[in-house]
Design a protein around this ligand. Structure first.
Ligand code: GLY
Ligand code: MN
Ligand code: MN
Length: 428
């Protein structure tokens, strides 16, 4: 769990970056309609959550910074017996005051009046400039009164780059649940099953281990389906002799995991599958081994592209020299995506990749990123040896940058051909 004091430290650090004579506001996420009058389960806005740890909607955080001091105000829904009967308990101002280390707590209905009174002598406002939240739209008119209108979001996102010890603990727990889910589907007999059966087993494991939900819709892609990068239909039968690409990760206590394994339907890799799989795996292991502070993500990307291209030439998927193939971007046809991304409260954590001067941000202790090379060979690609057609492989782990290297947080999940085959249920 993340202690109240850590949220306070985040707010203090954020407000230090505000100009003097400023007001700053950020709102909770609105409820999301599923259809007609039903809703998705409520999930707090990631940036709001990062600053408050508060999981209710109709809430706002306000910072009032004068020349001398900063005051933090939290606005929450008021207690309401009837609404609480239908939708669950609300914390209310009294309890919120006890729990949160903010200076003042108010009911959200008081926001308008307090906002109006607080902006009178302020020069600058920080808010979610690009947000479509209704609450933001409501204050837009007032923001015209300010000398400087500044976006609060990049300031928070920058803070989210480096994870605290408490955050890393939550990410580890999220990954531990996801590990169980991947091992569950590896070891299950897949004869006569469909992709969605595996998805159901994965989600069973998530929910059964107190994960709120998946961090993104699971991809369970058998055979050629794996060549659609964002395949989430998961509605095809599992075919004996094919591989299944499973990209699935849960969200536990607001922290994501993001793991891909590619496993054989019948429990055994074919020779052609092994050749491609080991190329992706060797690439992934080599790229991971380069991770340490000061290294650039673009260096990891280049290394992955080089290794995959070299391997593809060896397997007669590409022709000519590595240099020429890369220069002509020939490899992109089979490896079209990035080597990885930041991960945290969001699966694609929106922390920046470049600084204000557009210089790439180097790796630093406490950052968490995925490393996920892949190769995708369409079933109809006549330019590739027949034995490789219709195979899509990605291998993805979640890596913590440490003081002098890295820790693979998902190292416990079976990955080598030997490990995967050993844990897999087999049928022939
Ligand atoms: N699961 C999304 C990704 O791998 O980026
Ligand atoms: Mn990923
Ligand atoms: Mn993924």
């Amino acid at each position: 769990m993340i202690k109240e004091n850590e949220y306070k430290k985040r707010r203090d650090s954020l407000s230090k970056s505000f100009l003097k004579n400023s007001i700053a506001v950020i709102f909770s996420a609105p409820e999301a309609t599923r259809s007609n009058d039903t809703h998705h389960p409520y999930r707090q806005d990631s940036n709001f959550y990062y600053l408050s740890g508060f999981k209710e909607d109709n809430a706002a955080l306000m910072f009032i910074k004068t020349k001398e001091s900063v005051k933090t105000l939290l606005f929450v829904q008021k207690k309401d017996k009837t609404l609480e009967l239908w939708n669950g308990k609300r914390l209310g101002t009294k309890e919120a005051k006890k729990r949160f280390l903010v200076d003042e707590v108010y009911e959200i209905d008081e926001f308008k009046e307090i906002f109006k009174a607080s902006i009178e002598d302020k020069k600058n406002i920080y808010f979610e400039i690009n947000s479509k939240k209704r609450a933001v739209k409501k204050i837009l008119k007032s923001t015209k009164l300010f000398k400087e209108k500044l976006d609060i979001i990049p300031l928070i996102q920058k803070m989210r780059l480096v994870k605290s010890a408490a955050e890393i603990k939550l990410i580890k727990k999220s990954i531990a649940i996801t590990a169980k889910a991947h091992h569950r589907v590896m070891s299950m007999n897949k004869e006569g099953k469909y992709e969605y059966h595996l998805q159901a087993e994965i989600e069973h494991e998530f929910k059964n281990n107190a994960a709120y939900s998946d961090a993104y819709t699971s991809i369970v892609a058998c055979g050629n389906s794996a060549n659609t990068l964002h395949y989430i239909k998961n509605n095809k039968p599992l075919v004996d002799g094919e591989l299944i690409l499973i990209d699935a990760g849960c969200e536990h206590n607001y922290y994501a995991s993001d793991i891909t394994r590619t496993i054989p339907v019948n429990g055994k890799f074919s020779e052609a599958q092994k050749e491609l799989y080991n190329l992706v795996l060797d690439t992934q292991l080599k790229v991971i081994s380069m991770i340490k502070p000061q290294v650039l993500r673009s260096t990891l990307q280049e290394k992955a592209e080089k290794l995959l291209t070299k391997g593809m030439i060896k397997l007669a998927i590409l022709k000519g020299s590595v240099k020429k193939a890369i220069k002509e971007k020939k490899h992109k046809k089979y490896y079209p995506h990035g080597i990885g991304h930041w991960m945290g409260i969001d699966v694609h954590d929106p922390a920046p990749y470049r600084d204000k001067k557009n210089k790439e941000i180097a790796l630093k202790e406490g950052m968490v990123l995925t490393i996920e090379p892949g190769l995708y060979i369409d079933k109809d690609d006549k330019s590739v040896p027949k034995k490789f057609r219709g195979i899509g492989i990605r291998i993805e782990d979640d890596i913590l940058v440490t003081k002098d290297g890295y820790e693979n947080l998902s190292a416990s999940i079976a990955k080598s051909i030997e490990e995967v085959e050993a844990i897999s249920a087999k049928f022939f």
